[in-house]
Design a protein around this ligand. Sequence first.
Ligand SMILES: O=c1ccn([C@@H]2O[C@H](COP(=O)(O)OP(=O)(O)O[C@H]3O[C@H](CO)[C@@H](O)[C@H](O)[C@H]3O)[C@@H](O)[C@H]2O)c(=O)[nH]1
Length: 492
Amino acid sequence: MVILSADDRVRQVHVVLVPSPSKGHTIPFMILTKQLVRCGVRVTFVSSEKHIASLELAKENQEKVQCGMDMVRFVGLRGGPAGFAEAIEEPGDRTMAAMLTEWMAVAMAKASREEHSSGVGEVSTLGDGRSAAPCCIISDMFGGWTHAVAKKFAIPSHVFFTSAASCAAMQLTIPKFLADGILPLPTSTASGSVSVPGIPPLDLHDLPSYLLEEESSIKFKFYMRHILQLSEVACILVNSFYDLEKSVFDSVNAEIQNSTLKIQSFVPIGPLLAVEDQTRAEDRHPAEIWLDTQNESSVIYAAFGTGVFFSDEQIHELAHGLEASEQPFILVLQLSETNNGTECSFLPAFEERTRERGVVLTDWVPQVRILNHPAVGAFMTHCGWNSSLECIAAGVPMLAWPMMAEQKMNCRFLVDTAKLAIEVPKGEDRFVERAELESIVRLMMQESLGSEIRARAKTMSDLAHRAVAPGGSSSKGMEFFLKKLITSSYAN
Ligand SMILES: O=c1ccn([C@@H]2O[C@H](COP(=O)(O)OP(=O)(O)O[C@H]3O[C@H](CO)[C@@H](O)[C@H](O)[C@H]3O)[C@@H](O)[C@H]2O)c(=O)[nH]1
């Protein structure tokens, strides 16, 4: 980790982070916040008011952010009743963009007043330091609406891409898909493959689900409008590392060099992982204590991020498939309000019956710690990018079961390119029967296949840790970006 010296006056560098209001995006943004703070950067973390409130909760439960949180200010913008995305789009007088613009105007004015009162050239004596003028906005891949705000204040707009570099490369290719008539999908049965720099041809139906919506749908219009602005930003920071997606980083950077792309830089800074200090014995999660009693690399950890809600019927098959595999397991489920049906009522009896061999959890779990427990032998995952990276860093093989968003793309990468996963076979309507789940678990735990993937996972884990160690590719990426921040803060 690079820490810039006081001479760089980095404490005056103030960045505004604007992630989309979902946990899958705010979790890596919180980790980025901590990294920036450790380097002496001030952060204003902006989201909808409702989301900031839930974030505080997540922080309490999971993050225990201690370091330098006085360098962070959380700003909750009061979105319309319909939520963040709708508030951004609604032409009402209180759009999120309007609110962010107002907030930025106040922050800029305050900074310039204090700069004046502290005398010419004495930028380092700014009031409480919090009012240093924002030198850039960093949003995520769906934050196109923030770029106009940055432009208004003549500061650069950057994106922290919370998914794979291959997904970023694909999003940068969307103008070509539109020009070639590939998107919007001409018909829902259209078939074929698309070309994305640095990855093998991708089946049309493995594109992110939000791109495959009908042209007239609000979702398609919303995502398209914001994604298309990705190519307008200065710098794209990617939560990935060079050795994981070499060919994508090389291809995109070649396009930047030959000016096919307008962006200035495409930089790996990952994997950004929630690193906790040594956990006190009394803070260990019951699942970790249970894992202590299991054999090394024997447990299947099945968890599906923050946005997957299975039907009762699918939960039934999943639980029984794990049981039938005769492998120890931890099953983490998000239960929705609709999981009160008759099927889910099997869970208490199921838990009782499998108590010796399995754990079923419906609350927040310390996933990174669980994945790093030596007893975990494989991760059944929906291929959310945070989970995928956490698993890669832990050196654990994956059973890939993509559900939505860009997860099918991630699955193709993990299974076909990186060969760190095997895919869960799906039946009609993407339903997975217990027999299929049982056999895929057995296949993974077989000596021959399992140990081959395990060896590759171990190698990639070493490379992931090297990337973020001093001198590693992602560490250098972060250093490069910090220098950019200092330059733009002086330009203010
Ligand atoms: O009990 C839990 C549940 C989740 N997590 C964490 O929550 C995050 C979940 O992120 P991810 O695995 O990426 O899944 P989603 O929440 O589904 O993430 C959304 O955002 C990702 C990043 O853009 C996309 O890759 C996904 O497709 C999208 O659904 C991970 O850090 C997990 O470790 C926990 O720590 N404990």
